[in-house]
Design a binder for this molecule. Structure first.
Ligand code: SF4
Length: 286
């Protein structure tokens, strides 16, 4: 059996750097470190960090000593003040692209623009952009229905920004609708192409005639992993693999070549483990 990995898969640059920073902190004997929210949406990575002595916490309320890690998705600016007020040190692993989006939003507000975030309101990155703002100063949406429910003519100038983990192309109809309704709409030039590159690469796997099935490896809570699987299965039999226990021998009956991709929060070692487990599974059932 042969494996062909997608041209682009797994950790994006922002998550790779965040992962390295936390591990460096732990290796240097970092005491009382805790990560606010999952460092990435992957249970294995979260467990690995906990074993290194940097567990995940869900709120700043539960800690008053040591170092708090802000993840690649970033946090609302007020969380930095709150952490300092609590006497915490901060290890900030926020991706520079996320900071670009914060800056772009601030600049737009300074120009009296209404903000539209294309994204999920409960995603931590989006909470980072919106938590400290006047709720009347922005909308967060992803669907045409949500866009159609707003009277955009009420806003003189509008700035559209995208949650970094989304593929902007997929929301073109939503943004075009807003543009058709309001006089002055501009889009922020802060799109991160990491997610799109992984999505384009899974489409390439799907179009490769040599590939029989596609495995998409990633965390249970990772929306971008699930989206890769949805794209893959449009073209080839595709299976989500959250952990090795998910693998089923029948997926590989008559299969010669397996395409492999992984969500943006999947460490490389998990991909190696899955490939080895597939070989063992096939050897055991042949
Ligand atoms: S997806 Fe892009 S913006 Fe988000 S953490 Fe990764 S590199 Fe940064």
């Amino acid at each position: 059996m042969k494996f062909i990995r997608a041209v682009k898969y797994g950790f994006c640059a922002g998550v790779r750097i965040a992962d390295k920073k936390v591990k460096k902190f732990a290796r240097a004997g970092g005491k009382n470190g805790q990560i606010l929210g999952q460092v990435v949406h992957n249970e294995r990575v979260v467990d690995e960090m906990a074993e290194l002595g940097v567990p995940t916490i869900e709120s700043l309320d539960v800690t008053t000593t040591g170092t708090v890690v802000f993840s690649a998705h970033g946090v609302p600016p007020s969380f930095h003040d709150e952490a300092r007020d609590r006497g915490l040190r901060i290890l900030d692993t926020t991706c520079p692209f996320v900071y670009d989006i914060h800056d772009e939003a601030d600049a737009a507000v300074a120009r009296n623009m209404h903000l539209v975030f294309i994204g999920k309101p409960d995603h931590r990155e989006v909470i980072g952009y919106t938590h400290d703002r006047d709720p009347a100063s922005y909308h967060v949406l992803t669907t045409l229905g949500e866009a159609a429910a707003v009277d955009w003519r009420a806003y003189a100038k509008i700035k559209v920004l995208y949650q970094s983990t989304l593929n902007a192309e997929e929301y073109e109809d939503v943004v075009r609708y807003i543009e058709s309704q309001a006089a002055d709409v501009s889009r922020a030039d802060t799109i991160c192409y990491a997610t799109k590159e992984n999505q384009d690469a899974v489409r390439e796997l799907g179009a490769d005639p040599e590939i029989d099935v596609i495995l998409v490896i990633g965390g249970r809570q990772s929306a971008n992993t699930r989206h890769l699987w949805e794209l893959g299965r449009e073209l080839k039999p595709s299976y989500l693999v959250h952990d090795l226990g998910d693998l089923e021998a029948e997926w590989f009956e008559g299969v010669e070549t397996v395409g492999i991709t992984a969500g943006a929060s999947t460490p490389d070692y998990m991909i190696d483990e899955v490939e080895n487990a597939v070989l063992e599974l096939c050897a055991a059932t042949s």
